[in-house]
Write a protein that binds this ligand. Structure first.
Ligand SMILES: NC(=O)c1ccc[n+]([C@@H]2O[C@H](COP(=O)([O-])OP(=O)(O)OC[C@H]3O[C@@H](n4cnc5c(N)ncnc54)[C@H](OP(=O)(O)O)[C@@H]3O)[C@@H](O)[C@H]2O)c1
Length: 317
């Protein structure tokens, strides 16, 4: 059958959108019915050319320019929309980009807009954590999409597994012991998510469009505590695991580390509050994952599987 439906994928050269593009290009159920229209600001870059060689249509558009978004969405049945807060760290800018996406989806008459959303942490925490801008701004876009009445489903990616190996979990002084350090107790639940699984969720959302309009889907494999993350590491790599441990980092130390890497003060505080959210209110406000898992046809990547393929852990035993 000819590929007669188009999915416009924003962020197609990145982690989430890239995974969505791969699923729609390769999945046996989807590839005969769907064409991937991959969006990038630079159609000449390597990742865009690779997508083209796999059969995707490549289109140039910029989230800051609504007219380019309308063009990218015209004729599309579904759209995956994602913004990258960390490009500019501008909360108003991120909201404006998301608003542009919603307005363009409305103008282009898109039948199914899938928004990469997150919760409003200021509201969830009753104002105790008012600085997690990259969550709040995405939640405000979700609110705007609901008010606008566009047919939409909201996909909320969990805590990236890629934040852990070699980043928050790495060898540290004095004896190079593997240490997983976050500014929360070892019992804080992390909803772990392999971004490569984004397409599995978006596939299910598209296939079950009617029942999932207006719904939130939580994109995570499982909640694991910091302690459990380290336990898995110890099981996978008994030698390196001998001295591995979880470190509940003091908050001022966490801020200092982030600032020493060049993060501005407000963004360091933002990430600290982002972590405190895990322990104090829950990344998804304490919601279970069962309902989101129930829509899936494809198995999600577990943390045990992820650590085996992680580059930062290669060569350990
Ligand atoms: N780290 C976590 O644990 C976590 C958890 C949940 C959610 N998130 C959220 O995930 C988002 C990032 O998604 P990701 O990881 O998929 O990002 P990524 O891998 O860094 O890729 C970013 C993508 O956005 C595109 N892009 C950026 N600015 C654009 C613009 N002005 N116009 C058009 N396209 C633009 C880029 O395309 P080109 O460069 O090719 O144009 C690229 O494809 C962030 O907003 C973050 O808050 C992160």
């Amino acid at each position: 059958m000819a590929a007669n439906k188009i999915i416009t994928v924003f962020g197609a050269t990145g982690a989430q959108g890239g995974a969505v593009a791969q699923t729609f290009l390769q999945d046996l159920k989807l590839k005969s019915e769907w064409t991937v229209r991959a969006v990038t600001r630079d159609t000449t870059k390597e990742s865009a050319r690779k997508l083209a060689s796999q059969g995707a249509e490549i289109i140039s558009a910029n989230l800051n320019d609504k007219s380019t978004l309308v063009k990218a969405m015209t004729g599309a049945t579904a759209v995956y929309g994602v913004t990258n807060y960390w490009d500019t760290m501008d909360k108003q800018g991120e909201f404006q980009q998301g608003k542009n996406l919603v307005d363009a989806a409305k103008e282009a008459g898109v039948e199914h807009f899938i928004w990469s959303s997150l919760l409003n942490v200021t509201k969830l925490s009753n104002g105790k954590l008012p600085n997690v801008y990259h969550f709040d701004s995405k939640a405000k876009v979700e609110e705007y999409a609901r008010q606008n009445g566009i047919p939409a489903t909201f996909f909320l990616p969990g805590f990236y597994m890629s934040n852990i190996p070699g980043v928050a979990f790495r060898p540290g002084p004095p004896n190079n012991a593997w240490t997983f350090g976050l500014p929360v107790p070892e019992t804080a639940p992390l909803p772990l998510f392999d971004t490569a699984d984004t397409g599995k969720f978006v596939k299910a959302i598209v296939l079950r469009r009617d029942e999932l309009l207006g719904k939130r889907i939580f994109g995570a494999t499982a909640y694991l505590t910091g302690k459990e993350v380290v336990e898995s590491f110890k099981n996978a790599f008994p030698e390196a695991g001998k001295t591995a441990s979880y470190f509940s980092m003091p908050q001022d130390m966490y801020l200092r580390v982030l600032k020493s890497k060049g993060l501005p003060d407000f963004a360091a505080l933002e990430l600290l509050e982002n972590m405190l959210l895990l322990d104090q209110f829950g990344y998804y406000g304490g919601a279970k994952l069962d309902e989101s898992h129930s829509i899936l046809e494809d198995k999600l990547t577990t943390w045990d599987e992820y650590i085996k393929k992680s580059k930062a852990f290669q060569g350990l035993n």
